[in-house]
Design a protein. Structure first.
Length: 445
């Protein structure tokens, strides 16, 4: 089996996804690809002319279940990662061994028990189904990298032991980041960077590790530590991709936050503008990243009370979301709540109420009125009425929403606490005192 031929047939955008993904993510992609291929095994046979006929006939009976297909998906994922991510071509012996173990190690394909190996498989023409993998945009945090922006060669291939360690550190770091364990996440990426500095200091793996390490540092407000990491990430991205690569918008955003922390607002503004200019060029391909960049710049202006600069950006973000996800989508509803809170902070309470109510209507329609997301939005509406000093309206909303919540429901404690504040402000001290007793009892239990 010539695995190098498989690699040559994989679209560049799929290679990019493999480069930026953990092993678990690549396994899931391969699992879906195998399921698609097995829907039409005759076409798969054309794509794999070196596959023995007995095996192809048996694959027509191959159960399309996760349990059956996952061993093969894991084997293929490991081989692809070894070649695409680490630049090391597996030998024919390694490939045959891995695929054989996957097929036969756990009971095997029906009717294949006596084959014992994969002879005669040189000339495998291509990996089936790789041109139409499902779920590629936004799969598990995999970045959507335009195929036109290709990385330069990564340098010396990584030793398999080193490659495995690097993959583990990066995967652990991403998981910690997702769990908001930022200090631990930073440590995992630091381990990956230390190894890559020694073995492959200018490849796209270290680019990924630097990117995520800087995110973990910024989340901890470790601006002094983040600045050199962000600068290295930026320089490396410009070298291996291009100065306009979409992922570099994140580096500029991070550096802008560093300059804000240093009170260098003119420098921060220039960096925010640079991030926005890069995001503009790639907005259609990744609306989530585009709107996140727009919002970051808008909130920068909002924090400076420069509303005439902020509002066109908020409006642009809203329109992009509606176009990408639909006017009555949850993504749009989330933005409506965020903008309602912006207006509330400006003391534009009437407009804030309208934006929040619009979001609640969508969430009720999509999720139901007892979903935690919907309830959270309703409580936020009550907070807006509270800030507007419309205590009767706030109390009615809170009474209704608390009544819907079970005693252990998420957010119930906060809703009762807010209602106690509303009652105090309305001069209903006795009722407020009763709620405060309930809160105290809950804290002690």
């Amino acid at each position: 089996m010539n695995f190098n031929q498989i690699n040559q047939n994989i679209p560049e955008e799929v290679k990019q996804i493999i480069r930026y993904s953990s092993e678990e993510e690549v396994v899931e992609i391969m699992l879906q690809s195998l399921k698609m291929a097995l829907d039409n095994p005759d076409e798969m046979a054309k794509a794999m002319p070196g596959m023995p006929k007995q095996m192809m006939d048996s694959m027509k009976l191959f159960p399309k279940t996760d349990a059956t297909l996952r061993p093969m998906a894991k084997a293929m994922a490991k081989l692809l990662i070894q070649q695409v991510k680490h630049g090391k071509n597996p030998t024919e012996e390694e490939v045959n061994k891995a695929v054989t173990e996957a097929l036969f190690g756990g009971g095997g394909i029906p009717g294949m028990g006596g084959m014992g190996g994969l002879p005669g498989m040189a000339g495998l023409g291509g990996l089936p189904g790789m041109g139409a993998l499902p779920g590629m945009p936004g799969t598990g945090g995999i970045p959507n990298t335009p195929s036109a922006q290709r990385a330069i060669p990564q340098g010396p291939p990584l030793d398999l032991e080193v490659a495995s360690k690097v993959d583990t550190f990066i995967s652990n770091g991403k998981n910690r980041l997702a769990e908001q364990e930022f200090e631990e996440s930073e440590k995992e990426f630091a381990k990956a960077i230390e190894l890559l500095d020694e073995h492959q200091p200018e490849g796209d793996l270290i680019f990924t590790a630097l990117q995520h390490q800087s995110i973990a540092q910024l989340e901890q407000a470790e601006y002094l530590k983040a600045e050199p990491v962000l600068k290295r990430w930026l320089r490396l991205g410009e070298k291996i991709y291009s100065p306009e690569h979409p992922l570099l918008a994140g580096a500029y955003l991070g550096l802008a936050r560093v300059r804000e922390s240093q009170q260098k607002m003119d420098d921060a503004e220039l960096l925010y503008k640079r991030a926005l200019a890069i995001a503009e060029r790639n907005g259609d391909q990744d609306p989530e990243a585009f709107t996140a960049t727009i919002d970051s710049v808008a909130y920068f202006y909002e924090s400076r009370k420069r509303h005439k600069k902020a509002d066109p950006l908020f409006e642009r973000s809203y329109e992009v979301r509606k176009s990408a996800y639909g006017e009555k989508s949850l993504e749009v509803a989330d933005f409506e709540i965020e903008y309602a809170l912006v207006l509330n902070e400006r003391s534009q309470h009437e407009d804030a109420v309208k934006w929040c109510q619009r979001a609640i209507e969508t969430k009720e329609a999509e999720l139901g009125d007892q979903d935690p997301e919907t309830i959270e939005a309703v409580v936020q509406l009550a907070e807006i009425y509270f800030d507007a000093k419309d205590f009767d309206a706030a109390d009615k909303i809170l009474v209704a929403v608390i009544d819907k919540m079970t005693p252990c429901a998420e957010g119930r404690f906060e809703a009762i606490e807010l209602r106690a504040q509303v009652l105090r402000e309305a001069g209903r001290d006795a009722e407020a005192a009763e709620l405060e007793k309930e809160l105290s009892a809950a804290e002690e239990s």
